[in-house]
Design a protein around this ligand. Structure first.
Ligand code: NAD
Ligand code: MG
Length: 416
C-alpha cells in the first residue's frame, strides 16, 4: 500500500490522479488532499470518496464552506452524521506545506503556477518522492530545486517529460545526442503572426487534443507552455538547452523522443491521456496495468511532424533565452506570463501582447542588472528588490521570490 498526498486535487491533474487511484484502491491510499478553495463541492466529494486524514485549503475563508459542503454531500449520500469521519482541515497560504511534509510514499504536486514552489521545496526537504506536474516550480527554482533532489526523488508527470524518461531507458546518458520535444501546436497552429491579433480567450481555451486547467491551456495556445517545458527538460535530465528541439506534432500521440548518437531515435507513443504519465509517476519505474487505452492499430491513422514557426510563436525562443541567462530570468519569464494570462483572460491584454509583454519585462530585468545605479542614489533602497537579474551562481530562494513579485507587478503595470 502506498500513501499519496495530492496537492491541487481539484484541478485537472489532481482529479485525474484520483481517477488512477480510484481503480487501484488496493495499491494506493490518499494521505492528504489540498486545494486553493475555488471548487469546494468537488473537494467535498473527493474527501467523502477517498477519506484523507488531512485536508489543506489555501483560502482560510473556505473552511466553513467546506464543512457545510461535507455535511451536504454526506446527506445527499444518505449518510447519518456519525458515519462520516471528518478529516483534519488546515487552512492558510502555508497549509499546503503541512501536507507536503506529511510522512508518505509520494507527493503529487498538481498546483498551478509559481504558487507550487514552496511545496516542491518542502517535499524535497522532507525526503519524499515528488511527482512534479507543477513544472513552474522547477523552472523558476532551477538548480535550487534540482540540487535539493536526491537521485530518483523528482519524477516527471508532464507527458513529454515522462516520454523522455521512458526513451532515456533505451541507451546510456553519454549516448544521447538530442531530445525532440513534441508540441501539438495548440489551437492556432498554422496561423501567421498577423492572423493572431484578434484571438479571444474563448478561442484560446479550445485546445485541440488536451483538456487542461486554464493557465496551461492558454500557455499551450501561446506556446509559452512549450517554452516552460524546454526549461523543465533541461533541468530534469541535465541537457543543454540547445540540444532540445521542439517539433510540432498535431496528433499528440508521440509524446517526445530521444535521438542517440548512432542515429537511432526512440519515441514514446500513446493516445493523449494524462492518466498514463500520472500512473507511471505514481509507481515509477514500474508500470501500472491498463493505465490508459493503447493505440488502436486497426484504424488507419497518420502522424505528422512539422517545424515550429518561431516568428508566429516566439515564446520558445524567449524561454530558451531566459534559460540561458539563468538565475532569476526564468522566474521573471514565468511570473510575467502568469500576470499576462490573467490580463488576457480579463480582456485587458491582446493575445500577441502576452509574449510581447513577457519579452519586455525580461529585457527590463536584464537592463536593470546592467544599469542598477541611479546617479548618486542608494542602489538597494532606490530599486525595487528583484528588479535586476541575479546570476545562477549566487541566486537564492529570496531572489527568486523577489524577481517573481517584481515581474508580476511590472507585467500587470504594463497591461494596465
Ligand atoms: P488546474 O488549474 O486545473 O488545477 C490547479 C489546482 O491547484 C487546483 O486544485 C487549485 O485549487 C490548486 N491551486 C491553485 N492555486 C493554488 C494556490 N495558490 N495554492 C494551493 N493550491 C492552488 O491546473 P492543472 O491543469 O491541473 O495543472 C496543474 C499543473 O500541472 C500545472 O503546473 C500544469 O502546467 C501541469 N500540467 C498539467 C497538465 C494537464 O493536462 N492539465 C499536463 C501537464 C502538466
Ligand atoms: Mg506537457
Amino acid at each position: 500500500m502506498r500513501d499519496i498526498v495530492i496537492l491541487g486535487s481539484t484541478g485537472s491533474i489532481g482529479s485525474q490522479t484520483l481517477d488512477v487511484i480510484r481503480e487501484r484502491r488496493d495499491q494506493f491510499r490518499v494521505a492528504a488532499l489540498t486545494a486553493g478553495g475555488s471548487n469546494i463541492p468537488l473537494l467535498a466529494e473527493q474527501i467523502l470518496e477517498f477519506a484523507p486524514p488531512l485536508v489543506a485549503l489555501s483560502r482560510p475563508t473556505a473552511v466553513q464552506d467546506l464543512q457545510l459542503a461535507l455535511y451536504a454531500a454526506a446527506k445527499q449520500r444518505g449518510w447519518a452524521t456519525g458515519e462520516m469521519t471528518l478529516p483534519k482541515i488546515v487552512a492558510g497560504p502555508e497549509a499546503n506545506l503541512e501536507a507536503a511534509r506529511l510522512p508518505c510514499d509520494l507527493v503529487m504536486n498538481a498546483i498551478t503556477g509559481a504558487a507550487g514552489l514552496t511545496a516542491t521545496l518542502a517535499t524535497l526537504e522532507a525526503g519524499t518522492k515528488l511527482a512534479l506536474a507543477n513544472k513552474e516550480s522547477l523552472v523558476i527554482g532551477g538548480r535550487l530545486v534540482t540540487d535539493k533532489a536526491a537521485p530518483g526523488q523528482l519524477i516527471a508527470v508532464d507527458s513529454e517529460h515522462s516520454a523522455i524518461a521512458q526513451c532515456l531507458r533505451a541507451g546510456r546518458t553519454q549516448e544521447v545526442r538530442r531530445v525532440i520535444l513534441t508540441a501539438s501546436g495548440g489551437p492556432f497552429r498554422g496561423r501567421r503572426r498577423e492572423e493572431l491579433t484578434e484571438v479571444t480567450p474563448e478561442q484560446a481555451m479550445k485546445h485541440p487534443t488536451w483538456n487542461m486547467g486554464r493557465v496551461i491551456t492558454i500557455n499551450s495556445a501561446t506556446l509559452v507552455n512549450k517554452g516552460l517545458e524546454l526549461l523543465e527538460a533541461g533541468l530534469l535530465y541535465d541537457i543543454d538547452l540547445d540540444l532540445i528541439e521542439p517539433v510540432v506534432h498535431p496528433q499528440s500521440i508521440v509524446h517526445s523522443m530521444v535521438e542517440f548518437h548512432d542515429g537511432s531515435t526512440i519515441a514514446q507513443c500513446s493516445p493523449p491521456d494524462m492518466r498514463l504519465p500520472i500512473a507511471l509517476s505514481l509507481s515509477w519505474p514500474d508500470r501500472l496495468a491498463n493505465a490508459s487505452a493503447p493505440i488502436d492499430w486497426t484504424q488507419a491513422a497518420s502522424w505528422t511532424f512539422e517545424p515550429l514557426d518561431h516568428e508566429a510563436f516566439p515564446a520558445v525562443d524567449l524561454a530558451r533565452r531566459a534559460g540561458q541567462l539563468g538565475g532569476t530570468a526564468p522566474a521573471v519569464f514565468n511570473a510575467a506570463n502568469e500576470a499576462c494570462v490573467d490580463a488576457f483572460c480579463a480582456g485587458t491584454l491582446s493575445f500577441l501582447g502576452i509574449v510581447d509583454t513577457i519579452a519586455r519585462v525580461l529585457d527590463e530585468h536584464v537592463a536593470n542588472a546592467e544599469n542598477p545605479e541611479p546617479a548618486g542614489g542608494d542602489v538597494l533602497s532606490s530599486r525595487p528588490r528583484g528588479a535586476g537579474l541575479v546570476g545562477a551562481d549566487r541566486v537564492t530562494i529570496d531572489d527568486v521570490l523577489a524577481a517573481d513579485a517584481w515581474a508580476r507587478a511590472r507585467a500587470a503595470d504594463i497591461c494596465a
